[in-house]
Design a protein. Structure first.
Length: 49
């Protein structure tokens, strides 16, 4: 039970970091000032079986 909770929390943290990195990269590439449509965000990993 606790192992599953820890696994889920680590996955959530990874997703947050991935989205934050994607947003940071998009802004760093001038997407914000250029008004360009950002690329699709990284997909959320599937839930455990």
């Amino acid at each position: 039970m606790m192992a599953m909770a820890g696994w889920a929390a680590s996955i959530r943290l990874g997703v947050v970091l991935a989205i934050a990195g994607w947003v940071g990269e998009w802004v760093g590439n001038g997407g914000e000032s250029g008004g360009a449509i950002p690329p699709s965000p990284p997909e959320i990993p599937p839930s455990p079986p």
